[in-house]
Design a binder for this molecule. Structure first.
Ligand code: UDP
Ligand code: MN
Length: 337
């Protein structure tokens, strides 16, 4: 009996030992499991934290960008009407003493116009800080581009202005920009070639916005006349122009005297300005590719109002400045003019 009890105890002990080892084993496994989970969690936490930090940084950058953009957009918000088409004004410009004055005058007018996008193209290899800064401060919606006129087409010193076409490469670059970026079907916009020295009334832009195909209107102080204007018949159709200079041109109109709807323009993917057309035929060359005279839309109260003038800024005489330069000095040493 004793023996049996002993045996029984021994068996029970063994059994308990095994169980203890098993429990201990389980306990160790549990500890290991907790440790690996903790480690994994720590690694995951670290990774998550890094992502969070990066996101926070990005958000900070975005929010500073956003604030800058907000200031800009708030200032032009009242100049935005979602139902109106956008007017794309294409302006070639080049470095000269009056450039900043011209562009300031223009930008001050354009600030009064809603749904307006200024495509300004410098006749230069690279964009200048003068133009870039002016645009930045302009509160305008703009695109700043640059392309230099090839030397053989650049006006030489003392060469008369009319000898060579101006703004060809620059206007074409803007057209290419529009073809690439504004090629959505049913995009609502109008393209106007706004040279940097003309004078524009804000009323002109209300007319431009009405253009469905090609709109035309009178231009003041051009072609040797006080006003060059389309002639209209009793059915309000354009039957010709009163032009005195080369009236035989298919469209004897100045660049400032028409605007083209973007849908029409982009439906002709190859239409561009060219060097090869005769003097004064740039407008005719481009218009005859997209429209016929009968389809022109006479605007500005049936062409009875002048809202744009082909003004030309006198070249300033800078004799004293030249003298300074000869002495290695200049009046604009630390001041942008
Ligand atoms: N232009 C240019 N590069 C030049 C000359 C002119 O980009 O070498 C620009 C000029 O700034 C203007 C447009 O082309 O916006 C037409 O030039 P301009 O006013 O001299 O011509 P005009 O009015 O005499 O036809
Ligand atoms: Mn001009």
């Amino acid at each position: 009996m004793k023996m049996t009890i002993y045996k029984y105890n021994t068996i029970e002990n063994m059994f308990n030992k095994k169980r203890t080892i098993l429990y201990f084993g389980f306990f160790i496994l549990f500890i290991l499991w907790v440790i690996t989970i903790k480690r994994r969690d720590a690694a995951q936490y670290q990774a998550l934290k890094e992502i969070l930090d990066q996101t926070q940084l990005k958000l900070k950058i975005k929010s500073s960008n956003y604030n800058a953009l907000k200031v800009k957009f708030e200032s032009i918000c009242d100049k935005w009407n979602p139902t109106d088409p956008i007017i794309y004004a294409i302006t070639p410009t080049y470095k000269r003493p009056v450039q900043k004055a011209e562009l300031t005058r223009l930008s001050n007018t354009f600030r009064l116009i809603n749904n307006f996008h200024w495509i300004i193209v410098e006749d230069a290899e690279t964009k200048s800080t003068l133009v870039a800064d002016l645009l930045l401060k302009s509160h305008l919606n703009y695109t700043h581009l640059s392309i230099a006129t090839p030397v053989e087409w650049k006006r030489k010193l003392k060469e008369p202005k009319w000898k060579k076409p101006r703004g060809v490469k620059q206007r074409n670059l803007a057209l290419e920009w529009l073809r690439e970026r504004r090629n959505r079907k049913n995009y609502n916009g109008i393209v106007y070639f706004a040279d940097d020295d003309n004078t524009y009334s804000v009323d002109l832009f209300n007319e431009i916005r009405l253009v469905k195909g090609v709109g035309v209107w009178p231009v003041g102080l051009v072609g040797g006349l006080l006003v060059e204007k389309p002639l209209i018949d009793i059915n309000n159709k354009v039957i010709g122009w009163n032009s005195a200079w080369r009236p035989e041109r298919p469209f004897p109109v100045d660049m400032a005297g028409f605007a083209i709807n973007i849908k029409l323009l982009l439906s002709y993917p190859k239409v561009l300005f060219s060097w090869s057309v005769s003097r004064g035929y740039q407008e005719s060359a481009i218009l005859s590719q997209v429209i016929t005279k009968e389809k022109l839309e006479p605007l500005a109260d049936n062409c009875t109002k002048v809202y744009v003038w082909h003004t030309r800024t006198e070249e300033p005489i800078l004799k004293a400045e030249e003298k300074l330069r000869n002495q290695g000095l200049r009046s604009d040493m630390n001041i942008e003019v």
